[in-house]
Write a protein that binds this ligand. Structure first.
Ligand SMILES: Cc1ncc(COP(=O)(O)O)c(N)n1
Length: 700
């Protein structure tokens, strides 16, 4: 049978856990997760809890024989593809589960081993004890050797390790862990790596040590990663396509090194916008609920391949985290079982365990972000259905963007879900586009044309350039005046074309608010053009708009503006049109911040050199840059991003549409780069072929 003919198999996952009457954790969370991730869910209930968001009011254990009966009924009839074990309660139940699983395994010798994920539930988030002390020994001696993956949080890992050490000390009369002593608290990354590996020595094939109880400072983590030889890289993981679309709003970086011969990989999804501008919005408090500084660090150790994976995600400060452990282990059971089936169908998966873990972490993260914070009077629960609504990117209702003034005025209908704050990223769609085109974006905003403006002597007469600078060469030379004048003239045409594009978009809008908003954008292009003319005549030696118009549109401007115009004229949808114009709107806000940072880095407060403080060119450049740093421009850019994010929130793109939008974005960024390339090349061309006149004289 070929891969294409392989019938789809819905994996059957059985949870052995307690019931949570409040619906947030235990069996209820497990079954919701199974359904949400495309599995068929079954259950064997170990305990009944009377529970709500405030806590656990009572626990009832049915006779253990009844648990055995549930497991027998289920397995006598249905072939289970994966197990998840949660709350066990006491020693008697733990032992019974081990015996039943061994019996089931023995009767299924012909089948490939079925993954067992063990979440060693001990205490509920609300503080109730869900495992008696005497059961820890059974978990360690009976269940750890049976399980594929153990998923303790830090306090649970600490308890299990302490128990193992105590037992060993008891047996040998000494602590034979001297030298490899495991420190408590797991404040350091190294201690987490050691603990994860240590736990696998006692049975499980792999351990996922969840770091949620002890977030780390991003700077500390970076330092510790550096010590391990893990430097952040900007490349996406090789198997990017495999990564779930839920993670599309995250930036993923992967880097590897070795430790004690074991390979270590770090997968990071903790950076909020790469865009300087979006980051500056975030720092102004645009995001509710996200800590800029703290990150969650989970460590996976895979004993079979002797590999560590460190997963870093941004900390989401939302209170609806009840049931996260149950949900994560259930998601892991589903993903591991699904991957085993794919492998059985001759569709091999690279990094199966790592991928299953990454998908599961992302699912939980998304379910927290969309969780029910106001369920009861205590901490709320996750939205397990987050994955059912297939979308290419998580959408945001972060108030920092959607409550933008202009948007209130012009587009009240876009106030989707405002007030039901999601926290995290103010612009997940834009961030996703950015993070998936990062090298291209950096080539754009950090273009040699921009960096050359920061160099002392930029726009001076008489510079002879002997090298052709392209966006691939590092620019340390000042920008020639001709380049900048050519750019100003091209930009004039550009603004006119964009003004028309926004008018076209307005004509395609289905309501007054949206039409009005695109009109506002169109008008802001006209205002920018007027300022542009005044800038050119006041500082750059042009006499009127006629001078600006004299230079014909260059290839790059024609390419970008006609590309966008074609999208609009072809009746393209507004999301696509706005996605195509966003690199301009957002890119100039970014470019301005980058150029200002570059000036500061070079120790220059402004463009003027010490002996030419009053040069009109320097002042002109300052006015030009200040325009893009101004409140007014920031507001326009912010409103543009908010508009786009609002439209995405209302009409979330499918993964396929997301790919198309990404292609549009990439094309537009590439066309912006081409414009600055052309401006640089223009000056080289000019310096050898033309005499340029500026303010009545001078040549280059
Ligand atoms: C039946 C049951 N199982 C597990 C948990 C742990 O979940 P949490 O730590 O989120 O309270 C719980 N509260 N109830």
């Amino acid at each position: 049978m070929t891969t294409a003919d392989a019938p789809h198999h819905t994996v059957r996952i059985c949870t052995i856990a307690g019931s949570d009457s409040g619906g947030g954790a235990g069996i209820q969370a497990d079954l919701k997760t199974f359904l949400a991730l495309g599995a068929y869910g079954l259950s064997a209930i170990t305990a009944l809890t009377a529970q709500n968001t405030r806590g656990v009011q009572g626990i009832h254990y049915p006779p253990v024989e009844f648990l055995r009966q549930q497991l027998k009924s289920v397995t006598n009839d249905i072939a289970i593809d994966g197990w998840k074990i949660g709350m066990l309660g006491n020693e008697e139940i733990t032992s019974a589960v081990e015996e039943e699983l061994k019996r089931i395994r023995a009767s299924q010798v012909s089948r490939q081993s079925v993954p067992i994920v063990l979440d060693p539930v001990m205490v509920s988030t609300s503080g109730s004890v869900l495992l008696s002390d005497d059961a820890i020994d059974s978990i360690v001696t009976r269940l750890l050797p049976l399980c594929t993956l153990l998923t303790p949080n830090l306090p649970e890992a600490e308890k299990i390790i302490a128990h193992i050490q105590e037992q060993q000390q008891h047996k040998t009369g000494r602590n034979d862990l001297v030298g490899a002593r495991l420190e408590t608290g797991f404040k350091t990354l190294a201690s987490r790596l050691r603990a994860a590996r240590y736990l696998t020595e006692h049975g499980p094939e792999a351990v996922l040590l969840k770091g949620g109880h002890e977030p780390m400072r991003r700077a500390d983590l970076n330092e510790q990663l550096e010590t391990l030889g893990l430097r952040p890289t900007l490349s996406a993981p090789s198997s990017q396509d495999e990564y779930d679309s839920l993670s599309a709003g995250c930036s993923v970086t992967e880097s590897s090194s070795q430790r004690d011969m074991a390979k270590i990989t770090c997968i990071r999804a903790d950076s909020t916008p790469y865009s300087l501008f979006l980051r500056s919005l975030t720092q102004q408090g645009g995001v509710r609920g996200e800590s800029q500084d703290l990150v969650m660090v989970d460590v996976l150790y895979d004993r079979v391949h002797d590999e560590y994976t460190i997963f870093v995600t941004g900390q989401v400060s939302r209170s609806c985290t009840h049931g996260t452990g149950c949900t994560l282990s259930s998601a892991l059971a589903v993903h591991l079982a699904q991957q085993q089936w794919r492998q059985r169908e001759q569709r091999p998966i690279a990094d199966a365990l790592r991928l299953a873990t990454w998908k599961s972490i992302n699912y939980v993260h998304a379910a927290i972000i969309r969780g029910y914070e106001d369920l009861g009077s205590g901490p709320g629960a996750l939205d397990h259905g987050v994955s059912v609504q297939r979308r290419g990117v998580l959408t945001s209702t972060a108030p920092g963007l959607l409550e933008h003034e202009d948007l209130h005025e012009c587009s009240a209908t876009l106030q989707v879900e405002v007030g039901k704050s999601l926290g995290q990223d103010p612009a997940p769609f834009t961030t996703s586009l950015l993070s998936r085109s990062l090298p291209l974006w950096n080539r754009y905003i950090g273009h040699p044309f921009v960096l050359a403006l920061a160099q002392p002597g930029a726009l001076r007469e008489g510079q002879n350039r002997t090298t052709v600078l392209t966006s691939n060469t590092i620019q340390r030379l000042p920008l020639p005046l001709q380049s900048f004048l050519y750019y100003l003239k091209q930009d004039y045409h550009f603004l006119l074309a964009f003004s028309k594009v926004y008018s076209l978009a307005s004509s395609l809008s289905r309501d007054f608010q949206l039409a009005g908003f695109f009109n506002t954008l169109s008008k802001s292009m006209a205002l920018e053009a007027a300022e542009h003319v005044s800038l050119c005549t006041t500082y750059f030696g042009m006499t009127s708009v006629v001078d600006l118009d004299k230079e014909e549109e260059g290839t790059a401007v024609i390419a970008y503006t006609r590309y966008v115009m074609d999208l609009a004229r072809g009746g393209g949808d507004l999301i696509t049109i706005l996605t195509a114009t966003m690199p301009c709107l957002l890119g100039y806000a970014d470019m301005a911040l980058l150029l200002q940072n570059e000036l500061t880095r070079l120790g220059r407060s402004s463009f003027a050199s010490e002996n030419s403080a009053s040069d009109p060119l320097d002042r002109g450049l300052r006015v030009w840059l200040d325009g893009y740093l101004s409140e007014e421009y920031r507001n326009t850019a912010q409103a543009g991003v908010a508009l786009l994010e609002g439209m995405i929130a209302r009409d979330p793109p499918s993964p396929l549409k997301m790919e198309r939008l990404q292609a549009v974005w990439n094309k537009a960024v590439g066309l912006e780069i081409a414009l600055w390339d052309e401006c640089l090349q223009f000056s080289d061309f000019q310096s050898t072929t033309k005499t340029h006149s500026y303010m009545g004289g001078g040549s280059s």
